[in-house]
Design a protein around this ligand. Structure first.
Ligand SMILES: Cc1ncc(COP(=O)(O)O)c(C=O)c1O
Length: 199
């Protein structure tokens, strides 16, 4: 468990392999006290009330999109530089991924481009905090509020990163928040992702 990293070499969180094996032997690899503890600690770390673990970041995203109950064919805006599976998940669920260019300095979504891409069918935006660097959330949230867009933060690369003193994925989303607990693929499959809901 928590040790597969192709790009940066294996890293282990002390005790995680034993904890995972014990949970699996008890038949509690998917549900049980270890997962509950993980969710509670994950929520506490982020200063939110609830966290729900999912098998993959992409599944967290899928559950959030379904929970939002957006109309079919809604447009969802992504940065052009992201992991392809995430917009593909939106497409598979019947939505239209729209891509906007990134800021060449930060490599994150350019808020000005986001604003220009909004149409009457746009319902959500997915700021992706790449390489540990938070997006310009003040600008993105102000555009989202003005256009009534749901904001789903992709924190796959930025677990624990802060924006203006607050952890990414915790303060800014109007409805639901997603945190993929696998920055740069630090963790392998089990317990790899979590959804945070502050409300
Ligand atoms: C930016 C980004 N978002 C989402 C994901 C998806 O996470 P998962 O592979 O857990 O579905 C990844 C995976 O590398 C990613 O790099």
């Amino acid at each position: 468990m928590f040790r597969t990293i192709a790009r940066y070499g294996a890293r282990n969180i002390p005790g995680s392999v034993t904890a995972a094996v014990k949970a699996i032997v008890r038949g509690q690899g998917v549900r049980g006290p270890a997962i509950q503890e993980f969710e509670e600690r994950f929520a506490a770390y982020h200063g939110v009330q609830n966290a729900i673990s999912t098998s993959y970041g992409r599944m967290a995203f899928c559950y959030i999109l379904r929970a939002l109950e957006l109309p079919r064919d809604s447009e969802i805006i992504f940065p052009a530089l992201t992991f392809w599976v995430v917009p593909e998940m939106a497409r598979v669920l019947g939505f239209r991924p729209i891509f906007v260019d990134i800021d060449p300095i930060t490599f994150n979504m350019d808020p000005a481009k986001l604003e220009r891409a909004i149409t009457p069918n746009t319902r959500a935006v997915v700021p992706t905090h790449l390489y540990g660097q938070p997006c310009d959330m003040d600008a993105i949230m102000s555009i989202a509020r003005a256009n009534q867009l749901a904001v789903i933060e992709d924190c796959a690369h930025a677990l624990g990163a802060t924006y203006k003193g607050r952890k990414v994925g915790t303060e800014f989303v109007q409805k639901l928040k997603v945190n993929r607990c696998r920055p740069q693929r630090m963790f392998s499959r089990k317990f790899s992702s979590a959804i945070c809901n502050a409300n």
